[in-house]
Write a protein that binds this ligand. Structure first.
Ligand code: GLA
Length: 390
């Protein structure tokens, strides 16, 4: 994350509250390399935290008031009390993430002091790079650092952030985004077992470029389609009598399909095959086998397009352009919840410039926008940044 965000957050704090903040903390966004929609099926995902995120400047107060200013929203503010019931705001976009996290920090049994917070972020919003998880985890980190909650583990932080998103903001997401934002490691992707919440770090080859291309496709219906997919996965698990699709093999999927609805069967097939691809991809990456990784990413994209049906034609074109430009060593796929957002591409560093040019020359969104290319690196999870003030 850039030094600039630190300065933006510190300056917004000083301007809004008239004094300097005690701490700066950060939590990153993420890109998922493979393992899509597997998290809420108790399955496997392979994301990495990225060098875009949220920085919060924070200081303790002696009362029960929480004051928040958002540098990215023209200095909009919010204020609420810790000793009154915390409710969502009807028209609050960013305030509800903060309110929700604070509510679930309290529900976790933590005795919170009042605080002043200034937020600044650079994760592109609505791009499928988890700007909301980054904000939620940064808020948990702000209170953890401020009050020295050393027992609050990164996994606890992720679970509290997820609860806020599920129950307060109302988005029924899985655990991937918050967990990798809390536990990411510089230079590595994380293979997450979303049932046990154990992680294994998968070092990325040193000369690997992690490229993210924002498709600029306007995403409609994301929430309702997401919830429909979840319900279809649950229906499939029920049909096969398993706790979650994580527990289903491809052999049983085919053998015991019976009268299962054909669409629901395809949804389940995506999950079962994607789990295996994710495990294989962790192995391929750890071995530096970019050829195999590319094949797995291509198969993942095809499965999202044909079986899970969460891609859109312009995204399929973008992924084609990326795959053609990359060739056999590396690969590309859509990443995130679907229906637009970003593609992720892996390739040797020396290819990055020609791949960027291919996107520039050949890709346009349905509304005529060019794609935006970010070359990222796998970054550390949430933590304190500095204590340079006061
Ligand atoms: C969104 C959700 C995640 C995950 C992905 C799809 O990012 O927040 O929990 O389900 O979609 O893989």
């Amino acid at each position: 994350m850039t030094q600039i965000l630190n300065q933006v957050a510190a300056k917004a704090f000083q301007t809004a509250f008239g004094y300097a903040p005690q701490h700066l903390v950060q939590a990153p966004g993420r890109v998922n390399l493979i393992g899509e929609h597997t998290d809420y099926n108790d399955g496997f995902v392979l994301p990495c935290a990225i060098n875009f995120g949220t920085v919060i400047a924070v200081s303790a107060r002696s009362d029960k008031t929480v004051r928040v200013v958002a540098a990215d929203y023209q200095g909009e503010t919010d204020e609420f009390q810790l000793d009154s019931p915390i409710q969502p705001l009807a028209d609050g976009i960013w305030p509800n993430y903060v309110r929700g996290v604070v509510k679930y920090l309290l529900a976790h049994g933590l005795l919170l002091k009042g605080a002043d917070l200034a937020l600044a972020g650079d994760v592109p919003q609505g791009a499928g790079l988890s700007s909301s998880a980054s904000l939620e985890v940064a808020v948990t980190q702000a209170f953890k650092t401020l009050q020295g909650f050393n027992d609050l583990s990164p996994t606890d932080m992720a679970l509290i952030a997820q609860r806020a998103e599920n129950n307060f903001v109302g988005c029924n997401c899985g655990i991937m985004d918050q967990l990798v934002s809390a536990r990411g490691e510089a230079g590595s992707a994380l293979l997450i077992d979303c049932r046990s919440l154990t992680t294994q770090s998968v070092p990325l080859p040193p000369d690997l470029a992690v490229m993210i291309v924002h498709s600029r496709i306007r995403r409609g219906l994301v929430g309702s389609e997401y919830n429909t997919r979840r319900m279809q996965c649950e229906a499939a698990a029920k049909h096969y009598g398993v706790k979650a699709l994580r527990d289903l093999s491809l052999t049983r999927l085919e053998a015991d399909a019976g009268d299962l609805d054909a669409t629901v069967l395809r949804r389940a097939k995506h999950i079962v095959t994607e789990n295996q691809r994710t495990l294989d991809a962790a192995e391929a990456l750890a071995a530096g086998d970019l050829r195999r990784m590319g094949l797995l990413m291509a198969a993942s994209h095809d499965s999202m397009r044909d079986d899970f049906e969460i891609t859109v034609p312009a995204m399929d074109q973008l992924v084609d352009i990326l795959q053609m430009a990359i060739g056999d060593i590396g690969g590309a796929r859509m990443t995130g919840g679907g229906f637009g957002g970003c593609a992720v591409a892996l390739m040797p560093q020396e290819k990055a410039e020609s791949v960027r040019l291919a996107v520039e020359n050949h890709y346009k969104s349905p509304t005529g926008d060019a794609g935006t290319v970010y070359v990222c690196h796998a970054s550390a999870g949430a933590g304190p940044l500095a204590r340079t003030f006061q």
